[in-house]
Design a protein around this ligand. Structure first.
Ligand code: NAD
Ligand code: GLY
Length: 372
C-alpha cells in the first residue's frame, strides 16, 4: 500500500501485522486527496466531528474526501468530555443508519481525543466493524489518543470503562490545524509529550525540557520532532503489546492519579492532559518515595510540567478524607487487579515499571501533592 506524500510529510509505521497502518505528520494534509490513498475507496464516508472543530475544518475535509467517496456525510456531536457517553455515541449510529451506510462505509474522526475515541468505538461496533481513519486536531490526540487503537466512552463510575481495541487504517496529523487550538489545550497535549521521556527515552525528556517554550509557540520544526518522536515511542510500545497485557500499561504514567482527578472533579472540569500532567508529578513523588528514582526527579518533572502550562498541585477531592477519596476512585482504574491499585512508576529516568504500592505511602503522596 503506497501513500503518496509531499516531501515534507513524515511517516511513522505502526507494525501490527495485517492491521499495520501509517501515521502521516505534515502541513495541509487534510486538503490533499493523496493523503488518504491507504484508505479503501468505499461509496460512503462519514466524517464525525463536533460543534467546535466542524465549522473550522469539516468543509475542507469533505471537499478532499469527495474525490475518493461518492457520498460524504458529516455528523456533528456536542463538544466535550462530558458528552463522551452512550447517548452521544448513538448519534453516530443514527447518522449511519439514517443515511443507509453499509459495512464498507469509512468513518473519519475529525477532532480531538473525545471525537477520536468515540468514532473508533462506533467503527468497531457498526455492523460488527467498519474501517476508520483518525484525523486528530489537538496536540494530545496527535501524540497519543489517535494512535494505538484504544477506543471507547466514559461511564459515570469510571473513565473509558466501555470500549474496544480497534485500530484505524490511517492517522493523519495535520499540524496546521493546531493553529486554532486554545493555549490551555495545547498545554494539555504537551503533558502527554513530556510523558514519553520518563517512561522510555531519557534523551527525549532532555529534548522536551529544552524545547518546551518553542512547542508552546507552535514552532514548526519543534512540533514535527515532538509529534514524530512521541508517535515512534507509542508505536514501539503498541507494536509489542497491542492489548495491554503488560508493557503498554507504561503509557498510562500519570493516568492512575489523573483519572481520579478527572472523575473526582467531574469530567471536563480538568482537561485530560492537565490531570495526566499533575498525575505524573504525583506518580513521580511515589516513585521517589519508594526509592526507585533519584532525589530531585520530582522537582525536575514538576518544573517542565509547570513550564508547559499544566497544574502541578493536585485538587482536593474531599473535605474530610481527601486521600481516601483518591484511593476509592483509583480502585476503579483498569490497571487495578482484585481491588489492588497498580501504579506506573519511574524506575530510573527512561524506564517505567507497573506495581502496587502500600496505601499508607500513597496517602502520604496525595497529602504532599494536594493544593491548599
Ligand atoms: P478533546 O477531544 O475534548 O479536545 C479538546 C478541545 O479542543 C475540544 O473543545 C475540541 O473541540 C477542541 N479542538 C479540537 N481541535 C481543535 C482545533 N484544531 N482548534 C480548536 N479547537 C479544537 O480533548 P483531547 O485532549 O484531544 O482528548 C482527550 C480525550 O482523549 C479524553 O477523553 C481521553 O480519555 C482520550 N484519550 C484517549 C487515548 C487513547 O489511547 N485512546 C489516549 C489519551 C487520551
Ligand atoms: N494512552 C494510553 C494507551 O494508548 O495505551
Amino acid at each position: 500500500m503506497e501513500v503518496v506524500s509531499t516531501p515534507a510529510t513524515e511517516r511513522v509505521e505502526i507494525d501490527l501485522g495485517d492491521r499495520s497502518y501509517p501515521i502521516l505528520i505534515g502541513e495541509g494534509l487534510i486538503d490533499d486527496p493523496a493523503t488518504f490513498d491507504a484508505v479503501p475507496r468505499s461509496s460512503d464516508a462519514l466524517i464525525v466531528t463536533n460543534t467546535t472543530v466542524g465549522p473550522l475544518y469539516a468543509q475542507r475535509l469533505e471537499a478532499t474526501l469527495a474525490q475518493r467517496h461518492a457520498r460524504v456525510h458529516t455528523v456533528t456531536l456536542p463538544d466535550g468530555e462530558a458528552f463522551k457517553h452512550w447517548q452521544t455515541l448513538n448519534l453516530i449510529f443514527d447518522a449511519l443508519l439514517e443515511r443507509g451506510c453499509d459495512r464498507k462505509t469509512v468513518l473519519y474522526a475529525l477532532g480531538g481525543g473525545v471525537v477520536g475515541d468515540m468514532t473508533g468505538f462506533a467503527a468497531a461496533c457498526y455492523m460488527r466493524g467498519v474501517p476508520f481513519v483518525q484525523v486528530p486536531t489537538t496536540l494530545l490526540a496527535q501524540v497519543d489518543s489517535s494512535v494505538g487503537g484504544k477506543t471507547g466512552i466514559n461511564h459515570p463510575a469510571g473513565k473509558n470503562m466501555i470500549g474496544a481495541f480497534y485500530q484505524p487504517r490511517l492517522v493523519v496529523c495535520d499540524l496546521s490545524t493546531l493553529a486554532t487550538l486554545p493555549p490551555r489545550e495545547l498545554s494539555a497535549g504537551l503533558a502527554e509529550i513530556i510523558k514519553y521521556g520518563p517512561i522510555a527515552d531519557a534523551a527525549f525528556l532532555e529534548w522536551t525540557e529544552a524545547h518546551v517554550d518553542a512547542l508552546r509557540a507552535l514552532d514548526r520544526p519543534a512540533l514535527v520532532q515532538a509529534v514524530r518522536r512521541s508517535c515512534e515511542i507509542k508505536a514501539e510500545v503498541v507494536g509489542q503489546d497491542e492489548r495491554e497485557s503488560g508493557l503498554r500499561a507504561i503509557l498510562n504514567f500519570g493516568h492512575t492519579f489523573g483519572h481520579a482527578i478527572e472523575a473526582g472533579m467531574g469530567y471536563g472540569e480538568w482537561l485530560h492532559g492537565e490531570a495526566v500532567g499533575c498525575g505524573m508529578v504525583m506518580a513521580a513523588h511515589l516513585s521517589q518515595r519508594l526509592g526507585l528514582v533519584e532525589h530531585g526527579f520530582v522537582e525536575r518533572l514538576s518544573r517542565v510540567v509547570e513550564r508547559a502550562g499544566v497544574p502541578v498541585r493536585a485538587p482536593r477531592l474531599d473535605a474530610t478524607d481527601n486521600a481516601g477519596r483518591y484511593l476509592d476512585l483509583m480502585r476503579v482504574d483498569k490497571k487495578a487487579e482484585a481491588g489492588e491499585i497498580r501504579f506506573v512508576l519511574i524506575d530510573g529516568v527512561g524506564r517505567a515499571v507497573v506495581r502496587p504500592a502500600p496505601d499508607a505511602v500513597v496517602r502520604e503522596v496525595i497529602d504532599a501533592c494536594t493544593a491548599g
